[in-house]
Design a binder for this molecule. Structure first.
Ligand SMILES: Nc1nc2c(c(=O)[nH]1)N[C@H]1C(S)=C(S)[C@@H](COP(=O)(O)O)O[C@H]1N2
Ligand SMILES: [Mo]
Length: 230
């Protein structure tokens, strides 16, 4: 094959801005076919498995509250019922989900309420370092304030345009795209602002206080290897 074929662009160009061959989407330099960069040690799965500790709770809309408590700036505890939560402005985030057990699911289209919106409405006291985020049945995780307020952190109610199913966290799950997914409770119920790190469910069982998947922060012993990231 001498022309118009499927070789890489370098085989056709004259090096002076002349005619380039039409891009061959199956060729070795095809940009959209190159493997997606995943955090180290992760492998992609085609769709979300169902993965959690314990049972799927039953949602009771009239009893449901989302709570912001602990070291709030005004010293008050704030409870939102379903109607108040549904009245908040909405946004969406496309994000990969990374489980510490080494699987990832790419391109989840989450929509819901930016976590920042609630942090701004109910801000922390000056000495707050993070939050213990929690769900039904006492599941919890510790997150730093900067992770909670990241512009991509979302209180998701929908995935792929559909309301969350019960096993994936209906009515609300916390999504922190850059942290391992144990940090994001399904059946989310709120957070407690903390002035020093308070370990959650997995962090008390040997998992990392920060949990940045790009740094492979899985285990708590890694906190000692890098003081200041605990
Ligand atoms: N409430 C609650 N949320 C949870 C968990 C859990 O055990 N309880 N497990 C976490 C973990 S380890 C993972 S990998 C994801 C799995 O989400 P999925 O079941 O939608 O795939 O949920 C996270 N959120
Ligand atoms: Mo996980």
């Amino acid at each position: 094959m001498t022309d118009g074929g499927g070789g890489p662009p370098a085989a056709h160009g004259d090096g002076h801005g002349g005619q380039r061959a039409p891009h061959d989407l199956t060729g070795p330099l095809a940009p959209y076919r190159s493997p997606r960069t995943l955090p180290p040690g992760q492998q992609a799965l085609p769709d979300l498995p169902v993965m959690h500790y314990g049972r799927v709770p039953r949602h009771r809309p009239e009893r449901w509250r989302l709570t912001v408590e602990g070291a709030t700036r005004d010293g008050e505890r704030h409870d939102l019922d379903m109607a108040a939560f549904e009245a908040l402005p909405r946004t969406s985030v496309r994000a990969d989900l990374h489980c510490a057990a080494r699987w990832s699911v790419l391109d989840n289209e989450w929509s819901g309420v930016a976590t920042r919106t609630l942090v701004e409405a109910y801000p922390p006291a000056d000495d707050v370092v993070g939050a213990l985020v929690y769900a039904e049945y006492g599941y919890s995780a510790t997150v730093r304030l900067e992770d909670l307020t990241s512009p991509r952190t979302l209180l998701a109610t929908h995935r792929g345009g559909e309301p969350l199913t019960p096993e994936h966290g209906h009515p609300v799950r916390l999504v922190l795209p850059h942290l391992y997914s144990w940090k994001g409770p399904k059946w989310f119920r709120g957070w407690e602002y903390v002035t020093e790190v308070k370990r959650g469910f997995w962090e008390e069982r040997g998992y990392h206080a920060v949990g940045d998947c790009w740094r492979q922060e899985r285990y708590s012993y890694q906190e000692e290897e890098e003081p200041g990231r605990g």
